[in-house]
Design a binder for this molecule. Structure first.
Ligand SMILES: Nc1nc2c(ncn2[C@@H]2O[C@H](COP(=O)(O)OP(=O)(O)O)[C@@H](O)[C@H]2O)c(=O)[nH]1
Ligand SMILES: [Mg+2]
Length: 274
C-alpha cells in the first residue's frame, strides 16, 4: 500500500509539474484542456495510470518469456536426406561420417560452429535432429510447441523415388495446428547438391507443390472423422503453392558433407535472434 501511495504522490507531482510547464508555454488550447481535466475525477486518472503500468509490465514479461523459449530449430525430413550430417556440421563444422543411425533425436544447445569466432553475444540455438522413420515421427510433436523454425531436409539426388513420402511428411507438418497457428517458418532444404545429377531447388519446389496438391485432393475425400490433421491447406479451387501457406515457406540448397550450409545457417540465425 505504501508503494501505491508513493506512486500516487509521484504521479500527482509529475502531473502538476507538467501542467505548470504547459501553462508557461501558453498553449491556446490550455484553458479548454484544463477545464476538461478538472472535470475528470482523480480516481479515473489513477485507474488509467494503473492500467497503463500493468499493460507495460505484462508486455515486458511476455517479451522476456517469448525470448527465452524461441530458440529451438527442428531438422526434419525423410531418413537418408542428410539431417544427422547437417546437425554435426552446424555444431562442429565437420560431418562425423559413419555415425550410427539414430533412433533417438540428436539434440543440443550451442552457438553455431561458423559463428564461434565472431565476437559479441550470440544466442545459443537448441537444435533437434528428429529421426525420419515414420514410426518415430511422433517425436516431432514433442518439439513443435517450442519451435522457432523447421528445416525440412530433402535429398536432391534421390528425389523422385522419395517424392511421395517426402510430400506426405511435409503435408503432415504443414497441416499441424501447432505449426499453422504459430506460423512457424519452414525452410525446405535441398541437400546433396554437390552431385551434378541433383535436382534444382526450383524443380524440387514445383514437384512438391504438385504432389501436395494431389494429396490434398485425396485426403479431403476421406470422411472428416478420419482426418487427424487440423488445418486444410492452400486455397480451394486453386493449384497448391507454398505461397498460399500461412507459414512462410522458403527453399534453399545445401551440401551437408562438405559444409556448404550458409543458407540454412542464415535461416537459423534469422529465427533465433540474440
Ligand atoms: N553426396 C552427398 N551425400 C550426403 C550429403 N549429406 C549427407 N549425405 C549422405 O547421405 C546419407 C544419409 O545422411 P544422414 O545424415 O545419416 O541422413 P539422415 O537419415 O537424414 O540423418 C549419408 O550416407 C551421408 O553421407 C551431401 O551433401 N552430399
Ligand atoms: Mg539421422
Amino acid at each position: 500500500m505504501e508503494v501505491l501511495e508513493q506512486w500516487t504522490k509521484q504521479a500527482e507531482q509529475w502531473s502538476s509539474q507538467a501542467l505548470q510547464q504547459w501553462k508557461n508555454q501558453g498553449e491556446p488550447l490550455w484553458s479548454q484542456a484544463h477545464l476538461y481535466i478538472q472535470q475528470v475525477p482523480p480516481t479515473q486518472i489513477y485507474v488509467a495510470l494503473a492500467i497503463l503500468l500493468l499493460t507495460s509490465v505484462l508486455l515486458l514479461l511476455g517479451r522476456l518469456f517469448k525470448h527465452q523459449k524461441a530458440n529451438t530449430i527442428l531438422l526434419s525430413g525423410l531418413s537418408g536426406s542428410g539431417k544427422t550430417v547437417l546437425f554435426y556440421q552446424l555444431r562442429d563444422g565437420s560431418s562425423h561420417q559413419g555415425t550410427v543411425t539414430s533412433m533417438e533425436p540428436n539434440e543440443g544447445t550451442f552457438v553455431l560452429h561458423s559463428e564461434k569466432s565472431k565476437n559479441g553475444k550470440l544466442k545459443p540455438v537448441h537444435l533437434v535432429d528428429v529421426p525420419g522413420h515414420s514410426r518415430l515421427r511422433p517425436k516431432l510433436d514433442e518439439f513443435l510447441p517450442q519451435a522457432a523454425g523447421i528445416v525440412f531436409v530433402v535429398d536432391a539426388l534421390e528425389f523422385l523415388p522419395n517424392l511421395r513420402a517426402a510430400s506426405e511428411y511435409l503435408y503432415d507438418i504443414l497441416t499441424k495446428a501447432s505449426v499453422v497457428k504459430k506460423r512457424i517458418p519452414i525452410l525446405i532444404l535441398c541437400n546433396k547438391t554437390d552431385k551434378v545429377t541433383a535436382h534444382s531447388k526450383e524443380f524440387i519446389r514445383k514437384q512438391l507443390e504438385k504432389e501436395i496438391d494431389k494429396l490434398r485432393a485425396s485426403r479431403s475425400a476421406i470422411s472428416t472423422a478420419d482426418i487427424a490433421n487440423d488445418f486444410t491447406l492452400g486455397v480451394l479451387g486453386e493449384p497448391f503453392s507454398f505461397s498460399q501457406c500461412q507459414n512462410k515457406v522458403t527453399v534453399a540448397e545445401a551440401v551437408g558433407i562438405t559444409g556448404e550450409i550458409t543458407q540454412v545457417e542464415q535461416f537459423i540465425r534469422d529465427r533465433v535472434r540474440s
